[in-house]
Design a protein around this ligand. Sequence first.
Ligand SMILES: [Ca+2]
Length: 518
Amino acid sequence: MDLSKQPSVHTLRLLALSLVTAWTVSACSGSSNSVTGESLTNSNEASVGSESPATPDAITENNEGDIEGSGVVSDDNSGADSGAGAGAGAGAGAGAGAGAGADSGADSGADSGADSGADSGADSGADSGADSGADSGAGADAGESIVIGSQDNTGTTPDGPVVEDPLIQNTIPVSFEITVPAYQSSELRVELDWGDLHFTALWMGDENWAASAEFPTNTQNQLTVTFFDFNGDLELAQVTQDFETGSNITEALQISTDQFDANQFDIDGDGVSNLDELIAGTDPLLDEDSLLRIVDSVSLSSFMSVSRHFESRLSQVRPLSIDTSDSDSSGRRTTNVNANIDAQGNGTLTVAIQDGIDSFRLRGIRTHSENSISWEGSRDSFIDADVFTDVDFTNTITVVDETTRLFVEEVMSSNSAFYTDTSDTSINLIGELIEGSTSLCAAVAGTVTRETRSNRPSINQSTTISKEIDDQYWRVVTDLDEYFARELQILRSGNRSFTNSEPEDAYFLCDFVDIELP
Ligand SMILES: [Ca+2]
């Protein structure tokens, strides 16, 4: 039981006043809030869309992730508590001494006993966690306690025997204290069903509701407590449990928030419960995903590619030592490669390219550990005496089984000129070998996130591309847009990285030399 949800003394007194036959529905304060979801129509796919890479060998830097526009704020209401008590209730019954006595925690109430089903357990609740309306004066069965949570039956004032009339159905008043999940609306409703009995709870304030009804004694039925919005038209959450009455004077039952199951109510079938949708401000009657467009592919461009820039420069020879300097036919461009890889596949690689006034340098450390190859390094370039690019990365390819690989990469890049753009990319993908290949994998599940920031306007944005293994499509979410893609492509070459793009750039290299099956 959540003690923080215990009703206050004031609430208890309200409760005491209002129990027995609280048939009316109360109205909470607050407003029901159904904010329309974010705009779904803007289809700017820019660099995360299916753009083709730029012309190879172009020597100006591009900056990735160039989606423009400002973010859309999707408001949510988190269903806070507000509202004042609105309880009114009808007192009934003859029982005396229905003391609320809440403060001491012990609550000795319920010494009413006797009479005809009197005091309906008015003193249930209480700070210390409740009595159960027990003390069963009456000489009937010993007190049956149905309170969920700790109990503290201290009332011990039997009031003499009850004379039962065998010709009539004996009933007992049963009271309910119900704490529903936090959610704010002016049209909430809580209904209870037990056998043929159907009755409605009364709002007591915040998430607290109370109800009471006459129940036949010694009877078992399934009890259902249902929490609704829209005055009963939309189910939010429900408690279902067996409830058996005894033959006490009164009984009381507490239902706590965590007993409610909201997940069973998802009327639009989109995997998000009605309650969660309302809290998030989406429409529980509409599967928003059905509105999203589906594109063929989403491409992940990058400033650098471990497989292209580093791994592809190493042969299978171990140990491997490279120290070369080559010039192109014009003599304008020279490439220096220096590599030292030991017999186990550990080592370093440095590549330096000078092309006129442009320079490009790669430095990486390769680590081989059983079934994985990791690279950590950097890529620097200075283009047109204007744009300085600095990229730091880590990359690990892990062999899981014959056809499955993990691709994990962190890339932090900055592009500095008269502006400064930075970009952080995290990739965590599961890949499967494509048919006919021993080294190329297609991404089949996982998550890619990219945060791009700039001191230029309209560049800042975040992009998330994700797919569970059983999902049909990749879900692409940017600040302005959301859509599905049938395929995620890894542009191994990226753009303008002194390497040509190739058709296989839809895949990632996933079978580096030295790597072993686990
Ligand atoms: Ca839903």
